[in-house]
Design a protein around this ligand. Structure first.
Ligand code: FES
Length: 138
């Protein structure tokens, strides 16, 4: 008896079926095509979050700030919230209109470019999509 036949007999075909399902699910999660741009890192309700210019959220590996009024994608800037210096959390400072890491005072412009401090690179940009009042960061 071959291994495949033995496993089929032992599990009623369930094991092989499950492996095929898991492999298909994994490949879909990791796709980066336009039809499936990857897993959402952050989903926000624009009726209750990021209401005012300068509001920001830094969680789930993302820092997103509202830079302008209205719910157009261009009203928001989203980056990895992991500081490129030593990995501490980046926030947005409304008073200076900069992204900032308080650990060693690295700062970044609204387009993510490094503007000061010991970091040698800018922030990694994330993709923002808006459908109705739902904003998604990937
Ligand atoms: S970890 Fe951010 S400036 Fe050092």
């Amino acid at each position: 008896m071959e291994r495949k036949d033995f496993l089929n007999k032992l599990t009623g075909g369930l094991a092989l079926t499950c492996v095929a399902c898991m492999m298909e699910a994994c490949s879909k999660d990791n796709e980066g095509s336009d039809n499936n741009p990857g897993t959402a890192l952050l989903t926000l309700n624009l009726n209750s979050q990021l209401l005012a210019v300068g509001d920001y959220i830094s969680e789930n590996g993302v820092v997103i700030a509202r830079l302008a009024s209205g719910n157009a994608v261009s009203s928001f800037a989203a980056f990895s919230n992991v500081c490129p210096h030593q990995g501490q959390q980046v926030v947005y400072q409304k008073s200076s209109s900069n992204f900032f890491c308080s650990t060693h005072s690295s700062s970044f412009s609204q387009d993510g470019a490094r503007t000061g401090g010991p970091a040698t690179t800018g922030l990694a940009r994330k993709t923002v999509a808006i459908t109705g009042s739902t904003l998604t960061v990937r």
